[in-house]
Structures are given as structure tokens and as C-alpha cells.
Design a protein around this ligand. Structure first.
Ligand code: SF4
Length: 347
């Protein structure tokens, strides 16, 4: 089994749907971890525009723009094209070919039991998800991973079943056609609880996000209206940062000294919520201002970002080609033809 790697570091593959500008939840849940992984792994990160189509297929008018926004936020957050490969999924049709071939060997029952399939069909009522593409998106994910022979896939706990499915598909392929694919392992990403401004999970569909591109005054304004510990009705009531969404933000973004002041001040009613929210706003400004500064460089020259993608497409494409060559040979689908028996009449 060749791994197509000229790099001695273990290979990591991950993608993010092209849903437009990213929010703090996307940063904390995945992107911050990706930035760290760049130094220890050979990282491939892709904008998953085909995956976006599995749920948002009816209107593709903003698809490309959304991909660019995601890319700009990645670069702003510190993904460095010198240390990782960034590409767009749809630019590499090899993923689609492998998806097709893997779909031939994937039993329907494996897909129907993927937990997110049922969950999303029950929760997303406003879209018709009774499509072939939606049922099959874990196979596309498997193709995305296996085509790079990735050793690790950074995922949250809820995505582990997808990596397990990829491993099962790899095993089935190898059993039928010979050892081509290594089995990737999940690399668990710690995902601290990140509430939105209304206290629910931060999500664009709840309208409770703080975007990575929100200017500082907007962040401060959003935090002013953020819900707090409901037991703390008056300034003189003591509160509890462990049940307060603002307290959750402090735990992620504030330094230990501020955290101590919040904990003591909140529980003794020594500080007010406005003051406390101001400290979170300071921590977020420290994080977001430099990101926004970096983003501006690419916003002013979008071709710069697109050149990064073109280079990434080329690097990733070379690996895809090598793997697909192996896959086609293993399945007797390669274009070369070597007759195994001599033509009639030959000596
Ligand atoms: S002081 Fe801070 S942690 Fe305590 S309830 Fe107010 S906002 Fe929440």
C-alpha cells in the first residue's frame, strides 16, 4: 500500500462547508485546532462546496462567493499556505470519481444508520432532504478522506461515526480489490461549549452569532444584549458564571487572571454584568482584530487568495491522480489494455 506522501509527517485531511463567513463557533469548533495542527501534520484543508450542495442545492447563486469567504476567514485565522495545502473540493473531480466507485460497494443500511442522517432529516424540515446526494454524503466524505490516504481526520465527537464508516468502506474496498486504502483514525478535537448571544448553541440559523469579521463595536454591542445567569436579576444579586453564557465565553477566551475576577466578582455581586461583558469584549477584540487585519490584505487583493487555491488544487490534484491510478488498476478500470491470451493465429 503506497501512501503517496513525500512528507514524513502524518497526513491530516479536513473540510468545511462553504457556508459563507465564519463565526466564533466555527473557529472554536474546528479552525483554531487546524491552525495548531499545521506544524505537526501534513495538512490538507478543503472548502467543501459539494457538501454544501447536499442540503442547499436549490439556490447556488452565492456558492462561489461563500467559498471565497470561507477561504478568507481561514487565512485570517492563521492557516498558512506555506505550511498546509488549501483547496476547493469541486476543483478536483477525482473526488467525484472515487465517490461513484465507493458508492457501488457501500450498503444502503450503512448510510441509513449514520446518526446525523436521521437527525438532520428530522430537524431540517424546511428543505427536502429526501435526495440521493444527501443520503450519500458520508460516501463523498469517505472519498474525500481516502483519496489522500489520510492518517487522521480531526473531528468532534459527533463526527466519529463518519470516520468509522470511512474505515468500513476502506476495509470493504481492500477486501474486494486488494490493499489500496489505509484506515484513517479520528483525531478528536476538543470542542468547548460555545453559546450564542441568546444562550443556545452558536449557529447562523439561530441568528445568535458573533462573526469573525464583526468589527469591534458590533461585537461589543452584541455582547451587551447577550443573556446572562437568569437568577441574577438585580445588580445586587449574586450570580453563577457556570450557568451563564457569558461565563462560558470567559472560560474560552479570557486569561486566568480575568477568569478569577469574573468568578469572585460574579458570585459576590462585586461586579456588574456590563463590566463582565466588557472584559469578554476585550478578549475577543484581542483575538479578532489581528485576524481582521490579516483578512483585509486578501480582501483588497482577492486574486492573492485565489492563487493560493490554485496552488493547493495542483498539490492536492497530484495526490488524487496517483491514488485514482491505483484505484482504477485495482478495479480493472485503467485505460491500458494488455491482452492476457494471444490473438487467434498468433505464433
Ligand atoms: S457577572 Fe458575568 S458571569 Fe456573572 S451573571 Fe453577569 S455576565 Fe454572567
Amino acid at each position: 500500500m503506497r501512501n503517496n506522501s513525500s512528507n514524513s509527517r502524518p497526513r491530516v485531511l479536513s473540510g468545511m462547508r462553504s457556508t459563507g463567513k465564519l463565526h466564533l463557533g466555527n473557529y472554536v469548533g474546528a479552525l483554531a485546532n487546524w491552525v495548531k495542527l499545521q506544524d505537526d501534520y501534513e495538512c490538507f484543508f478543503f472548502v467543501a462546496d459539494w457538501h454544501a450542495l447536499t442540503t442547499d442545492y436549490a439556490d447556488t447563486s452565492r456558492l462561489k462567493e461563500n467559498s471565497v469567504e470561507v477561504l478568507l476567514d481561514w487565512l485570517a485565522a492563521g492557516l498558512d499556505p506555506e505550511r498546509c495545502t488549501l483547496f476547493v473540493q469541486s476543483h478536483l473531480p477525482q473526488h467525484a470519481e472515487l465517490h461513484l466507485l465507493l458508492s457501488m460497494i457501500t450498503p444502503l443500511g450503512w448510510l441509513e444508520r449514520v446518526p446525523s442522517y436521521k437527525e438532520q432529516r428530522e430537524n431540517i424540515k424546511e428543505k427536502d432532504l429526501g435526495t440521493y446526494g444527501f443520503l450519500g454524503y458520508p460516501v463523498l466524505q469517505s472519498a474525500d478522506i481516502l483519496i489522500y490516504k489520510a492518517h487522521f481526520v480531526p473531528v468532534g465527537e459527533d463526527q466519529v461515526p463518519h470516520v468509522e464508516l470511512t474505515r468500513e468502506i476502506a476495509r470493504r474496498f481492500n477486501t474486494f480489490y486488494g490493499e489500496v486504502f489505509p484506515e484513517p483514525q479520528p483525531l478528536l478535537t476538543p470542542a468547548p461549549k460555545l453559546p450564542g448571544t441568546d444562550g443556545r448553541k452558536m449557529s447562523k440559523s439561530y441568528g445568535n452569532t458573533i462573526m469573525l469579521t464583526d468589527p469591534e463595536p458590533v461585537v461589543r454591542q452584541k455582547l451587551k444584549t447577550m443573556v446572562t445567569d437568569p437568577a441574577r436579576v438585580r445588580r445586587t444579586d449574586p450570580g453563577n458564571p457556570d450557568v451563564c453564557p457569558v461565563g462560558d465565553l470567559h472560560k474560552i477566551f479570557s486569561d486566568p487572571e480575568t477568569m478569577r475576577k469574573v468568578d469572585a466578582g460574579c458570585r459576590s455581586a462585586g461586579i456588574g454584568c456590563i463590566e463582565c461583558k466588557g472584559w469578554v469584549a476585550d478578549a475577543l477584540a484581542n483575538l479578532l482584530n489581528p485576524m481582521q487585519e490579516r483578512r483585509r490584505k486578501y480582501e483588497q487583493n482577492p486574486n492573492l487568495a485565489w492563487e493560493i487555491i490554485e496552488a493547493g488544487d495542483a498539490t492536492a490534484g497530484a495526490i488524487c491522480d496517483a491514488t485514482m491510478d491505483e484505484v482504477r488498476r485495482a478495479m480493472n478500470l485503467s485505460r491500458d489494455y494488455e491482452p492476457t491470451t494471444k490473438p487467434v493465429g498468433a505464433q
